[in-house]
Design a protein around this ligand. Sequence first.
Ligand SMILES: [Mg+2]
Length: 269
Amino acid sequence: MKYQISIFLSILIFLTACQTNEVTSSNNLAYAVAWKKTAAEYRALYYQGFNIARQRVDEFMNSPINGVGKPLAIISDLDDTLILSDPYWSYLIKHDLEFFDDSVWDEWVASDQATPSPGALEFLNFCEENNISVFYVTNRNQGDNTREYLVNTLNRLDFPSVDDDHLFVLQESSNKELIQNQIKDDYEVIVMLGDNLNDFSREYYVSDIGERYSLVENNSEKYGSDFILFPNPTDGHWIRAIFGESEPAPTIDNKMLMREAASSSAWRD
Ligand SMILES: [Mg+2]
């Protein structure tokens, strides 16, 4: 009997080791980055988002409220909404990193190589030409140089309205609602654009996956009207819902957690 138990335990340890090896040797970020880098569908989703946003702007410009009430505006996030950093993610894969890496990110930001997302510049210029105010609200933190780095990039990309009245950079908090509400006090905000639900409302700042699902269901009519959402399979608060933090440490435990999150609804063993 003792002999059988010890064989059983040996097999169990062997299987666990195999699974750990499998997790250790795979890069959990590779699929998401490959999609960002190569999928034409990824780019099409940006055009789709900006086309819808433009239709909304058109509707408001041609509605009777235009010119009567508050001036019209849009509010947008920046990273993964109006600008893309795909080479940063490719660098992580090339160097066998598979979780967001703050120090690499800061170097990437300083290098000023971000590109506009497909259709972003055209949409922003359309707003500008039609006297629709454009507000940028973003979270970034590269210390004292945060704003300077961002302004350099946005100016290089020829984005309109890159000034103190329109560009809001939150360094210490991810809560955008305060500044968004101040803008809404003075402007009729047609649409909000983002890649993260928290870009639209602080109510989404919850870390339970089921709760996030429910909130989206409750607000389902707002997507494609008030909120325009862009795709981001590499980072954001969906990561926080899995790990409890948006930038989890690169540990084997966290890799196992990612595997668990992905495999939890497998239809059979
Ligand atoms: Mg973003």
